[in-house]
Design a protein around this ligand. Structure first.
Ligand SMILES: *Cc1c(COP(=O)(O)O)cnc(C)c1O
Length: 231
């Protein structure tokens, strides 16, 4: 896929986001577009950056480390993949935001590593709203305790929630899961935990992002609709 095609894809996605936001009475500027770049080569990532995506999302810490060295941080990099505690020390250096906090051990280790750098790191809690065994994320019943824990960790700043809806041919299938994530976000916001700003809903991918925008997404994470099928 060449640069021109990537640019056109991003333009089309921006249009779809704006239309979905309008249907929901939302400001399209409240929705940020993340290019998800797992397995994507540097040239195509550069094309997406030039075309004006708001952020880059990486699944793997090591892959991100190399790419960030090559490409710099003019556009912020976010971690969206599963995080092992032994990678926390790299993650706090590399990423503007970490979307995949899903258990106390990871939260505590990120806090310890961020504190050592004298830095505050923005995080989202990943929630397994569908309860599918194959999906990552904290179980819905463990979300509030985890949010309370994160709020006590001085070097982490909890900004919202992230989820992946179950895959389906029909994007409408995802709607109840996105609506559930929004309700959980509002519920935690209502707890008024110290230092917690529940502004972000990271939800919606290639097959379901317009529904996610209708349900309140503030970050959509898109790979294939920008770069084509992954090889
Ligand atoms: C790969 C991935 C995406 C992007 O998926 P597409 O279907 O290619 O848009 C979004 N979020 C996460 C967590 C991913 O792993």
């Amino acid at each position: 896929m060449d640069h021109e095609e990537i640019r056109r894809n991003i333009e089309r996605i921006r249009g779809e986001i704006a239309a979905a936001a309008a249907r929901a009475g939302r400001d399209p500027a409240a929705v940020r577009l993340m290019a998800v770049t797992k397995t994507v080569d540097d040239e195509r990532i550069r094309a997406a950056i030039e075309a004006g995506v708001d952020m880059i999302g990486e699944n793997y810490v090591q892959e991100a480390r190399r790419k960030i060295e090559a490409m710099g941080r003019d556009v912020p990099w976010h971690l969206i993949g599963h995080l092992q505690t032994n990678k926390a020390k790299y993650a706090v250096r590399l990423f503007e935001m970490i979307h995949s906090v899903d258990r106390p051990e990871v939260a505590k280790e990120l806090d310890r590593r961020a504190a050592a750098l004298g830095r505050s790191v923005k995080v989202l809690i990943e929630v397994n709203v569908s309860g599918e065994a194959t999906k990552r994320g904290v179980a819905p019943q463990d979300l509030v305790p985890l949010a309370r824990l994160v709020s006590t960790l001085p070097s982490l700043s909890l900004r919202g929630l992230m989820t992946m809806a179950p895959w389906s041919e029909d994007p409408e299938t995802a709607r109840p899961y996105f609506a559930a994530l929004r309700r959980r976000r509002d519920e935690i916001a209502a707890l008024n935990l110290p230092g917690v700003v529940m502004e972000e809903l990271s939800m919606g991918m290639t097959d379901d992002y317009t529904v996610a925008v209708e349900e309140g997404a503030t970050i959509v994470r898109i790979g294939r609709a920008i770069f084509g099928e992954r090889g």
